[in-house]
Write a protein that binds this ligand. Structure first.
Ligand code: 5GP
Length: 240
């Protein structure tokens, strides 16, 4: 497909305009970065695996009646998506304590909270995406109180759909980061991606990690981990 202007030139994802002003093209690459791009590498085939993983997960969510920006996969590494007015808030849903929540609160990784935890972060690279609360989000004009309600509701629904599906496939959906945007109608829909780049997946039986932590923490076998999640999501999607 012919692309137009570059909308976002990230390391692991690049977004382009298309002939249709209402649609964008999301291209996944083999690049991987961590710690605000201080650590970088190339993982062969990651772009293809992530495009397929995100397409299948968004397809499952759409099938369950949850609106996303995903339209269809158009090549091995490219998805056609709806153009949205993206809300500059990262929403992190946590079923198990890990990563920054563990270190910030001095908790052991692997602890299961009484209820899932939802964090909001202000999407701002210069500030390293700081944690904010509801009042900050509304006071900064990032979204309205009503939109915030919709974001929490959708985030919970996404978790309620995905957590048991992964559970059945032997994978703990530890946490994931998502973003939302507004359609021209004002409706809030899921944007971004759900892949091992922005979610944590642990093997239910062994605790083995199949996500970007393998790269962040120099654990090796990064590509194998992404392939495992590709295979698990393929199994889940085939069952839907
Ligand atoms: P943590 O808060 O532990 O760093 O991250 C929680 C979850 O959100 C992890 O699955 C992590 O991969 C994801 N996440 C948090 N911030 C970002 C971000 O800026 N970019 C991406 N791709 N994922 C993030």
């Amino acid at each position: 497909m012919e692309t137009k202007e570059v909308i976002y030139n990230g390391e692991s994802v690049k977004i382009f305009g298309t002939d249709n002003p209402e649609e964008i093209l999301v291209r996944f690459t083999d690049n991987i970065t961590a710690y605000n791009k201080i650590k970088k590498a190339v993982i062969a085939d990651k772009g293809r695996l992530n495009a397929a993983i995100s397409a299948m997960i968004f397809g499952i969510l759409e099938h369950r009646g949850l609106r996303t920006h995903f339209i269809r996969q158009i090549s091995d590494t490219e998805l056609l998506c709806r153009r949205l007015d993206v809300i500059p808030v990262e929403v992190i849903v946590r079923n198990v304590i890990a990563g920054s929540m563990a270190s910030r609160l001095g908790l052991e990784e692997g602890l299961v909270p009484e209820t899932p935890v939802i964090d909001l972060c202000y999407k701002n690279d210069d500030l390293c995406d700081p944690l904010i609360n509801d009042y900050h989000a509304v006071a900064l004009g990032l979204l309205t109180k009503e939109e915030l309600g919709a974001v929490y509701d959708l985030s919970t629904r996404i978790n309620d759909i995905l957590k048991p599906l992964f559970g059945k496939a032997g994978i703990v959906l530890v946490d994931f980061k998502i973003e939302f945007g507004r359609l021209p109608s004002g409706e809030i829909v899921l944007a971004d991606e759900i892949t091992p780049d922005n979610a944590r997946f642990w093997d239910s039986a062994t605790g083995e990690r199949y996500d970007k932590d393998r790269f962040r923490r120099d654990m090796g076998k990064v590509g194998d981990a992404y392939r495992t999640i590709y295979e698990k999501v393929s199994e889940i999607a085939a069952d839907i």
